[in-house]
Design a protein around this ligand. Structure first.
Ligand SMILES: Nc1ncnc2c1ncn2[C@@H]1O[C@H](COP(=O)(O)OP(=O)(O)O)[C@@H](O)[C@H]1O
Ligand SMILES: [Mg+2]
Length: 380
């Protein structure tokens, strides 16, 4: 005789596709009745018109129908009460009833802010690919696009919808669910612009507004338990760098530069400013290094030595800042970015992808998680 407990167990194991937790853990399964092989299952969604509603309903139906002895299933979809929703968001925030920033010094998540002296050096491209490479190696990865003036992370991760815009995160009250691309949970200012904003979303940002936005990304986005949180910083040493320095003084900083000696000086400055706020410069990545051509010659469009020069300039008597790697110029890296297909996933044999993955591995194995253990990296 099939009873309601079996159906409840089966339905409770269905995953909420956005929250990525089983419905039983989210208190979304209400009454379950079984009458002569006929099951009626009541579920409560977080919000009306929840985008994942159809999928959840389908999965619940399938899960109940798969229980032995059930030949007929009715799914009744309801919505949580405000009180239930508050209880849920508090639970998702880890029982932090009051606002405590989840990435503070107590956190087990390693925070890495990726910065550069100037724009166009490939910082966002490098950040997106490092995030995907770390996720491919089994880490739980979040990515905050803090480059409010030139956000590009949604496009780099293929998170662009049919209307050409990034998706809008689902909200459960004041908790936002980050869209996921290549297993990376990503949040970007581009997801919050008015839908009719001009292309590129030209918005005049003031310092306090920037600070509030970064603060909100850190506090009100449901990333869950992350191993690594990457931040794609705006180039230079402006308001966002200062806000991030204040909000995340224990963050590690990765400096991206080109091999061009002229770019080195501004790159060094961005590292020094980060260090002034207490952040640690963990390394330098050189991008757009020499490309080896089919005939074996090499094309060094941007010269050479910039990465090593920046690393040397940022090193002190107490601390050596390493050059973590050099990523060659790569047509595939560029086109993969344009198409929203990160090359570490789509073309892992490309020399730039190999270099990026090696840097990701170095980051994961040389850094320490806040618990003092190396991060749990598995070979993809
Ligand atoms: N190693 C590389 N080889 C070829 N093109 C690259 C490389 N790195 C970045 N690019 C391209 O350079 C441009 C600027 O990169 P982007 O990541 O947007 O820079 P930033 O974030 O520093 O402004 C993009 O078109 C990107 O595809
Ligand atoms: Mg960028």
């Amino acid at each position: 005789m099939t009873d309601a407990v079996d159906v409840r167990t089966a339905v409770g194991a269905v995953m909420d596709p956005e929250l990525r937790r089983p419905l039983s853990k989210l208190d979304m399964v209400r009454e379950v009745r079984v009458d002569a092989g006929s099951a009626t299952v009541q579920i409560a969604l977080t919000i009306v018109g929840c985008p994942a509603a159809d999928r959840i309903e389908r999965d619940v139906h399938a899960a109940a129908a798969a229980v032995a002895g059930i030949h007929d299933v009715t799914v009744e979809v309801g919505v949580m009460t405000p009180a239930e929703r508050t209880a849920l968001t508090e639970r998702l925030r880890g029982g932090r009833a009051q606002r405590v920033m989840p990435f503070g010094p107590e956190s087990l998540t390693r925070v890495i802010a990726v910065t550069s002296g100037k724009g166009g050096v490939g910082k966002s491209t490098v950040t997106a690919n490092l995030a995907v490479a770390l996720a491919q190696r089994g880490l739980a990865v979040g990515l905050i696009d803090a480059d409010v003036h030139g956000f590009s992370i949604p496009a780099l991760l293929g998170l662009i919808e049919d209307d050409g815009l990034p998706p809008q995160p689902t909200r459960i009250d004041d908790l936002m669910l980050p869209p996921v691309g290549y297993d990376v949970k990503a949040i970007s200012i581009g997801m919050f612009l008015p839908r009719d904003a001009p292309a590129g979303g030209a918005v005049a940002w003031r310092g306090p507004m920037l600070h509030r936005t970064v603060n909100q990304f850190l506090n009100d986005v449901y990333f869950g338990d992350l191993d690594v949180l990457l931040l794609d910083m705006p180039p230079g040493t402006g308001d966002v760098a200062i806000s991030v320095g204040q909000l995340l003084p224990h963050a590690d900083v990765l400096v991206v530069t080109t091999p061009q000696p002229a770019a080195a000086e501004v790159a060094v400055r961005s590292g020094l400013v980060a260090r002034q706020t207490g952040q640690r410069v963990i390394g330098v990545v050189e991008n757009m290094a020499a490309l080896t051509l089919a005939d074996g010659t090499s094309l060094d469009l941007f010269g050479s030595g910039g990465g090593a020069a920046v690393a040397a300039a940022l090193s002190t008597d107490d601390e050596t800042v390493p050059l973590l790697g050099s990523i060659p110029l790569s047509p595939a890296l560029r086109s993969g970015g344009d198409e929203g297909r990160p090359i570490v996933a789509s073309t892992p044999d490309d020399p730039a992808a190999v270099a990026l993955d090696a840097i990701a591995l170095r980051l994961a194995t040389t850094g320490r998680s806040r618990a003092g253990r190396p991060l749990p990296v598995s070979r993809a």
